[in-house]
Design a protein around this ligand. Sequence first.
Ligand SMILES: [Zn+2]
Ligand SMILES: [Zn+2]
Length: 287
Amino acid sequence: MGVLYYWRPDNYARDRQFGFGLHLNQNSPRLRDLKPGDHVWAFTRRRTDGFYVLAADLVAIATTTNRPNYRYGRYRVWADPDRSRYFDIDRAPDFEPVLRRLSIQADARVLAQAFQGLAAVRPITPADEELLMRASLYPPTLQVAGIYPEDLFEAALLFGPERARQLRVMDESDERYRGRHEYLYATVDRTRSSLLVEHLHQLYNGRCQVCRIDPGRRYGVPLAQGHHLIWLSMGGDDVLENLALLCPNHHHAVHRARAAFDYEGLVFRFPNGLQEPLRLNLHLPVA
Ligand SMILES: [Zn+2]
Ligand SMILES: [Zn+2]
């Protein structure tokens, strides 16, 4: 069954500015219990008039544990890009009457106070879900979830800024593009990124951490690639604990299938149910 989540207005504003990443990180173990297909309903408080509004309906494809001490929380939900919706909160109706009808105990006079800390994520009943489904018919959805094509972004980091021109998301305004671009490049350092990948090449002798094969050995050139386990476009860090060395086949498969990475067991979870563990690991911390 799904959960209801209170998206703090300051966090909502930041996430919206830099592009919604189709994921949610929280410390609440409720997140870990979600199954593929379960809904994460998110509401927030609109700053202009103080109304509570429905902000998102994320449909889980996987839940994973983040690496130890990850700053945005212990657990992560990866949302299905085809079935999840972000609502236009500026044009959404007052959500409070729906909230008051849910089974969730939210007695506080100021509702936000009932959703502090771990209580920000609440389990819901099938009856709650029906109410939420009906409520979600009214707010218009935002057309662009706004995430970068991860493979292009990683390529730009390794091959140079000229590739960055391709990073522009279609239909994106100049201003939005510049803001997001600056944000992403402020969080990563191209020199450091290639040094880290170089370090992994030496550590693993150029071998893929999934299949243990060095794809470039036969040709005498390094072919394995650095992959950011939590994607940069989804808030991942450009640090060693967020990088793995993969052969081009496995790297491509992970991106194309949008496989989620779980630090618990160090395993990629593919949407078709396949679990592909890292069979080589000398540098990643286990959750
Ligand atoms: Zn491989
Ligand atoms: Zn990658």
